[in-house]
Design a protein around this ligand. Structure first.
Ligand code: S3P
Length: 456
């Protein structure tokens, strides 16, 4: 078992599972500010570490996943420090300058750190060993190994292309053209990051658009990157390798995936009236809010503005009578992490909600289709599992019975834990979550903010 002090993957008795029962305590009111976006935080550390000079990051998410990325970049030569005012300074090694790490890189629970860093190291002449927790060690890495192998890197993995794995990078990487077989920003980003230290132009063809933070940030750091959109929506992304990246001043907008839990909570707990400030609304991320509006949710954008080159607004959310809908599978990539909490909203809605096209949810931190079917069923919701989604017959606004003291299994998945915590707020007997420790991977302040808005 991997030892990581102060982290939920540590095997020490100090870090035994932390179960908790979440109960409704009345309406959610007041104003909260969500922490920095996880995807943007990872990328700001990685790209900052590839510049010569000092990148300053304001609003970095200080969750365990991002700290895993920071530790890995330090192990490969970058200097990364938190300032007294909460900003982070990243002093880099320059494109192509990553150093051989002395030991294995412990990625904890973070698939994004693993896949993006596999890309970065693939085009360096270093050997890198990636390890992670029990959840990460089940996740498929073949999706990045295939294109990175085409570029010339070699891999030794556990059976099934899983962690622990060793990447032997190449100093003569080949600039490939790669058409993404799955809609995955992680795979797209791994190839682009490998392309940074590759001579020539690397091309990624993306038939279904996914989050575009890598493209935006690579351009912001001075790389030559173009995106052509074909008539059918296919995106052709071309990156010219071996740019000189320039240090930046980055302000990280709030994470819409974290805001999602509070938005749904305010919609389903009667009497709630909540403002969530600083929510990133990049169109490749924000589909949940549109879907909830289609279900009848009162979500109003206030003070729309730009933060760090990304659209941001404060969201005013009021408790609403939701009704079930058929969710268009075309929106899945723009809300891929938000389905667990959407399922909770559906469980409280009037009528039936049908979701499909969610195969990718089965290979996230847990199998989120199976985990949410089991969790919501234990909490008293009516749920049917299909190969690629859930069909949920809502309670029509009536509280769920709740799981009481029976703990629902979160499978080391932060989003299952937070989604079911929110379900507990709209239940008669509360919902017990078997382990709240994974919440710290993406949203360490979750329970404190929940207490703040419940007591306001
Ligand atoms: C992420 C991409 C998504 C998402 C993950 C973060 C990223 O994964 O689920 O939480 O930062 O690129 P996929 O692109 O593999 O779907």
């Amino acid at each position: 078992m991997i030892q990581r002090k102060g982290s939920f993957v540590s095997a020490s008795p100090m870090s035994a599972p932390l179960p908790r029962r979440f109960v409704g305590t009345g309406p959610l009111t007041g104003r909260i500010r969500v922490p920095g976006d996880k995807s943007i935080s990872h990328r700001s550390i990685m790209l900052g570490a590839l510049t010569v000079g000092e990148t300053r990051v304001t609003g970095l998410l200080e969750g365990e996943d991002v700290l895993s990325t920071a530790a890995a970049m330090r192990a490969m030569g970058a200097t990364i420090e938190r300032q007294a005012n909460g900003d982070w300074l990243v002093a880099g090694v320059g494109v192509g300058g990553l150093l051989q790490p002395a030991g294995a890189l412990d990625m904890g629970n973070s698939g994004t750190s693993t896949r993006l860093l596999m890309g970065l190291v693939a085009s360096h002449a270093i050997t890198t060993c990636f390890i992670g927790d029990a959840s990460l060690s089940k996740r498929p890495m073949g999706r990045v190994i295939t294109p990175l192998g085409d570029m010339g890197a070699t891999f030794t993995t556990y059976p099934g292309g899983r962690l622990p794995l060793i990447v032997t990078g190449t100093d003569t990487p080949v600039p490939i053209t790669y058409r993404l077989p799955v809609a995955s920003a992680q795979v797209k980003s791994a190839v682009l990051l490998a392309g940074l230290n590759t001579p020539g132009v690397i091309t990624v063809i993306e038939p279904v658009p996914t989050r575009d933070h890598s493209e935006r940030m690579l351009r912001g750091f001075g790389a030559e990157l173009s995106v052509d959109i074909e008539a059918d929506g296919t995106r052709i992304i071309r990156l010219t390798g071996q740019p000189e990246l320039r240090p930046q001043r980055i302000v990280v907008p709030g994470d819409p995936s974290s805001a999602a839990f509070f938005v749904v909570a305010a919609l389903i707990v009667p009497g709630s009236d909540l403002v969530i400030e600083n929510v990133g609304l990049n169109p490749t991320r924000a589909a949940l809010f549109d879907v909830l509006r289609l279900m009848g949710g009162h979500i109003v954008e206030m003070d729309r503005r730009e933060v760090g080159g990304e659209p941001v607004a404060d969201l005013h959310v009021r408790a609403s009578a939701l009704h079930g809908i058929v969710v268009d599978p075309a929106v899945v990539p723009s809300m891929v992490d938000e389905f667990p909490v959407l399922f909770v909203a559906a469980a409280l809605a009037h009528g039936r909600t049908v979701t499909s096209g969610l195969e990718e949810l089965r290979v996230k931190e847990s199998d989120r289709i199976a985990a949410m079917r089991a969790a919501l069923t234990l909490a008293g919701a009516r749920v049917e599992e299909t190969p690629d989604g859930l069909i949920i017959d809502g309670s029509g606004g009536k509280p769920l019975s709740g799981s009481g003291n029976d703990a629902i299994a979160t499978h080391l998945d932060h989003r299952i834990a937070m989604a079911m915590a929110i379900a507990g707020l709209a239940s008669e007997n509360g919902v017990t979550v078997d382990d709240t420790r994974p919440i710290a991977t993406s949203f360490p302040a979750f329970e404190r903010l929940l207490a703040d808005v419940s007591a306001a």
